[in-house]
Design a protein around this ligand. Structure first.
Ligand SMILES: NC(=O)c1ccc[n+]([C@@H]2O[C@H](COP(=O)([O-])OP(=O)(O)OC[C@H]3O[C@@H](n4cnc5c(N)ncnc54)[C@H](O)[C@@H]3O)[C@@H](O)[C@H]2O)c1
Length: 329
């Protein structure tokens, strides 16, 4: 049985809690959040006996094997390095961190302490993410040469302020949201990104001091191109859009433009299905538990997330300078 401490009880933790409650070989035994009342409520929901407003009260205990870190992006580094130094395996929400220096600190601490490190890039675990990867790996569409992932909408609340959207706390929209799709595109392409060009604007929500809408073009070592186009605060909020194309040397797969169109790959081939939002979190946490209990490499490593972060930070530079940012020669 894997004993876990959940650290951070905000928006995303609800999906983690739901997934932990389904585990047969793992359980949450402690919960921490700056807000003790949140920690207590989550602990009661999970049947955990301990809670605290300071995660350091919980992670040193010998009966803790792993931590699930769901705190604000810029706080990942302190919590993750403390957990690694306490000898605990780590599942940390995406992005791994908001700077490459912090990413290295986390990766090095995990390596030095010989603990597993997995970054929770949920889109790896949704039906559509897995299905596209399976098709690419099967060779059915040849070598991927062009991947375009467009996802936009107005689901950010216009009155969100503070840590929820502040660039200092989250790394900014490109880092905290763009990284989902950048990482997915890296994974599907199966090649290292070498240069990045990006543009951004904030057409309808200028009071939110972030790049609301952005387009990133990524050039890969294998000659492929990835395009990541995203918005999170469109007004009107009904203005939702989504489109995915994976073009290979011998075929392609693509969705339409309906925001709910997702695909799943089954015996009968590719069918459209709006997948389950929670299923991604359930599979993600299953994979982490499996990696720790069976001593496997986690399916999304610290380095995978660092490479995606490198692309997102390069995109921020490109947005400011208007030029292509080389990240690898
Ligand atoms: N995978 C996904 O689809 C997905 C979705 C949303 C958020 N996220 C990620 O999850 C993480 C959290 O996001 P959120 O939306 O839940 O944020 P949130 O602001 O709703 O919640 C963060 C919680 O962490 C607590 N916290 C922050 N620093 C802490 C510390 N040092 N010690 C203890 N508690 C601390 C806060 O009090 C808060 O309760 C971020 O990395 C975010 O990018 C992922």
């Amino acid at each position: 049985m894997l004993n876990v401490v959940l650290i951070g009880v905000g928006a995303v933790s609800k999906s983690h809690i739901s997934a932990w409650l389904k585990q047969e070989n793992a359980r949450v035994i402690g919960v921490a959040d700056f807000f003790a009342d949140r920690a207590e409520a989550a602990a009661k929901m999970l049947g955990a006996e301990k809670w605290s407003d300071d995660y350091r009260d919980l992670i040193d205990s010998d009966d803790v094997d792993a931590v699930d870190i769901c705190v604000t992006e810029a706080a990942h580094v302190d919590v993750a390095t403390d957990a690694a130094n306490a000898g605990k395996h780590i599942l940390v929400e995406k992005p791994i961190s908001t700077t490459l220096t912090d990413a290295d600190l986390i990766i090095d601490a995990a390596e030095k302490n010989n603990v597993k490190l997995m970054v929770a890039h949920t889109h790896h675990f949704y039906d559509y993410g897995i299905s596209a990867k399976e098709i690419i790996d099967s060779g059915e569409i040849g070598t991927p040469v062009y991947i375009k992932h467009v996802s936009g909408g107005g689901f950010w609340q216009q009155d969100w302020t503070g840590t929820r959207i502040s660039a200092g706390d989250t790394g900014g929209n490109v880092v905290t949201n763009g990284i989902h799709i950048v990482d997915l595109t890296n994974w599907w392409m199966g090649s290292d990104p070498i240069s990045v060009y990006a543009q951004a604007l904030n057409p309808t929500s200028s009071h939110m001091e972030m790049n609301q809408y952005f387009v990133i073009t990524i050039k890969y070592e294998n000659g492929g191109i990835g395009i990541v186009e995203m918005s999170r605060a469109n007004m009107p909020r009904t203005n939702q859009f989504s489109q995915i194309t994976v073009l290979g040397s011998e075929g392609e797969i693509r969705t339409g433009s309906d925001v709910n169109s997702q695909w799943v790959y089954k015996e009968d081939g590719l069918i459209f299905d709006n997948g389950g939002f929670q299923a991604g979190f359930d599979r993600e946490i299953n994979s982490f538990v499996d990696a720790v209990l069976n001593d496997k490499e986690p399916p999304v490593t610290g380095n995978d997330s660092k490479v995606a972060l490198q692309v997102c930070l390069a995109a921020e530079v490109s947005i400011k300078t208007g030029s292509v940012k080389q990240i690898r020669s």
